[in-house]
Structures are given as C-alpha cells and as structure tokens.
Design a binder for this molecule. Sequence first.
Ligand code: ATP
Ligand code: MN
Length: 467
Amino acid sequence: MASLKRIRIVDLLKRTDFGAEVIVKGWVRTRRGSKTVSFIALNDGSTIKNVQIVADNDNFDEELMKNITTGACISVKGKIVESIGADQAIEIQAQEIELLGACPSDYPMQKKGQSFEYMRSFAHMRLRTNTFGAVFRIRHNMAFAIHKFFHDKGFVYFHTPLITASDCEGAGQMFQVTTMDLNNLPKNEEGKVDFDQDFFGKPASLTVSGQLEGELGATALGAIYTFGPTFRAENSNTPRHLAEFWMIEPEMAFYDIDDNMDLAEEFIKYCVKWALDNCKDDLEFLNKMIDKELIARLESVVNTDFVRLEYTEGVKILEEAVKNGHKFEYPVFWGADLQSEHERFLVEEHFKRPVILTGYPKEIKAFYMKQNPDGKTVRAMDVLFPKIGEIIGGSEREENYDKLLARIKELNIPMKDMWWYLDTRKFGSCPHSGFGLGFERLLLFVTGMQNIRDVIAFPRTPRTAEF
Ligand code: ATP
Ligand code: MN
C-alpha cells in the first residue's frame, strides 16, 4: 500500500467514500465523551469546520489520552465513517493517534467566550481560535480578489517605496527613519541635527501613502494600483485607526471624478461579492457569532446603487438633522471636516446605503485635488460605508501645472520635495484620478468585526508593538 498522505480537513469533509483510510493533523478544539469513548473536535485551519474524531479509549494508551486536551496538536490515522450526529456528514474512527504537541492548562485560548480585548494581548495565540481563523481566511480572500479585480482590468501592480524623503502628502503624522545614534546626534553649525550625516543625507520617513509615486506610474503605464503597508503616527486611539495598515491605491490616467466613482463602486462590490461567493462558511460563522445582520448587509451593498452627493448637500442634511433634535458630538457647518458620526448618520440613518460624497471644501482636502471652477471646492470623493464611515478617500487630480504650483505655494509645501511630482504636469500632463482604500476598513465591513485591531494579525497602535 502506498504510504498515506495527510489530508486537509476542508478536503476531507467533502469525501463520502466510507471505509477509506486517512491521516488528519490539527489542533484539538474540544474533547468530550465517556469512560469508554472520546469525541475529539479537530481543526487544522483549512476551514472553520472541525472534523469529529471518535476514539475507543480502550484502544489507546491512557497517558496519551490524558494529553488530548483543548489546544493539543495531534495526528490521527483512521477510517472515514458516516456520522450519526446532526452536525456533520462524516467522522473519523481513530485507529492510531500520535501526540505532536501537548497543551498545558495555562494555554491562553482555552476558555470559550473570552473578550477580543483579552485575546489581543495574546495575539500570537488568538489565530488558533474560530473567529480569527475566519477573519484571516477572509483577509486572504480579499487580497486575492483585489489583485484579480485589477489584473483582469489590465491594471499594473506597482510597488511604491515605503521609505520616503518627502513630507508633503499631508495624510498624517510620519514615523521618522534614521540610522543616527539618538543619544549622540551630529549637529551642524546652527546647532540643529545634521541630517547630512544620516543614511539618506536628509530626513526620511515611512510613507503615509503611495499615491504621489502612483501618479508617476499611472501617467506612464495608464492604470496602476499599489497594495502595501502604510504608516501613520497619528495618536488616534480609535477602533478604525492603525499606525501600520495596508492600503490599495489605484491611479488611472484619463479618468475623471465620475469614472473614479464608478471604479470605486464596482471595486468594492466585486470584493464583497467575492467574499459572499468564496467565504460562505466563514461568513456564516461570523454572522452567527459576531453580527446577525452581517450577510444581509453584505448582500445589500452588492445589490444597491451607492448614493452620490455633494458635500454641500450632505452638510444641509446634517444641519437639518441637528435642527430636528439629533445630537452630534462634533459641530456641523459648511467647511467642517466630517466626523465618522456624521458620515454614519448619512449612510445608516438618512440614506440607508453607501454614500459617495464629492465636492469638498478645498481647505480640508489635500493640495493635489482638482479645483472646481467655484474656487471653493475640489473634486474629492469619500466613499462612506455603514458601520465604518470613510472606507475610501480619493479625487480627480489637479493636472494644470500653474494651478497646482499656486496651491503648493499657498500651503507652503517645500518645493525641494515636489519638483519630481510637478514634472508630471510639466511634461505631457494628463487628466487622471485615483483613490485609496484602507484594507483593514474593508475587512471590518466584510467580517463584521468591531475593532480594526482584530482584522490585522499583529496590530500596531500607540504603545503597542508586541509580537
Ligand atoms: P480618516 O479620516 O478616517 O482618518 P483619512 O482621511 O486620513 O481617513 P485617507 O488619507 O484618505 O484617510 O486614506 C485613505 C484610506 O485609508 C481611508 O479612506 C481609510 O480607509 C484608510 N485609512 C486612513 N487612515 C487609516 C488608519 N490610521 N488606519 C487604517 N486605515 C486608515
Ligand atoms: Mn486620518
């Protein structure tokens, strides 16, 4: 007989060839039973589902059986048999069990119903739980769907640098990168830190966005997207902000703001539909355990047109709500940067579907956004989602050299950092647009998880960089 290869549980559960011998390996989720027989729920991470192992205690070493506890890692050889239990079609009648790794009782993921906050302090072990298994299988699927979506449209996956020497994006506080000895900093004649002696010969930081370089790609290759880590040292301890997060930034030559909105809407719907089509078991689990309206919400996003609304109109609706007695923590007025409570009011209470807000006051948006003829607003677009608020931020870009330069001067952005960016407008400038989707914000929406720290394996937030 050819030697038996291990089968993954996801593949095993599709089989009905009763009597066949298989080997499965995984971690014990639960063990119950009587003096004579043990029922072991085994999971190997390939699916949310466990396979039930049935072992007659008499056939196995007592010492071995003592070690088959929650969290232990075992290898089981046995026969596929029909299950009489309601929960599963098949189970494994164990013939041989090998203990690969015992799991002492101080295993931090032992108990059921532990809080996510507790589990965060054991982020290295929480991956072994059902919820985090589901979240990270979905995370993988979303990453795959994103690449497939853009690849099928002919976009080029473009890698922009993570270390940058320009501090002009304005998207957030930056983390400095240096090789200098902080306890013994070289000083120049003026007594300031002499960055000439630093690795790059000038100050450098981790990037807050790949957009500016993305524009260089788009105005050569036609359409590109980035998909990589982004760093913001904003000290915002919210359930929607990380210091290190992943962002997808498509950038397209010859797209105007309407094309940009069409793409953003099609893109998110594609990702959500992908999850519905390909992550059914995990979504059903999360729907049951985390959020009873999850699947309904995902389906509704796939099947409804997003509202498209001018910022000015949005502010009117919010002011009207305030007049009618609705209380917001932050004030609403024309010119205000909308807070997530405002965004969620528009989406969840007023329109009851996703909203794309455009035509923002230029003061609250980045310098590179295309100015409208009114001189007050820019062609920005934020896609606002139920439960999340802003999930995408984007715009049509200012392609006019003089207007862009004027805005850069107005905002005192150092020109020495910007010459290469301005060259795109100087040499063969073209209309173009793009946006940024926060990957973890998308995952919050798709998984129904409440805290962004629970959709990235090892979250980085103020004062947290363990694991
Ligand atoms: P917010 O107002 O929510 O802080 P932002 O206006 O700073 O967002 P952009 O600079 O437009 O966001 O970034 C594009 C996208 O990146 C956002 O729409 C959001 O999905 C995501 N994003 C921004 N900041 C963070 C963060 N700190 N952690 C996780 N995702 C983020
Ligand atoms: Mn921000």
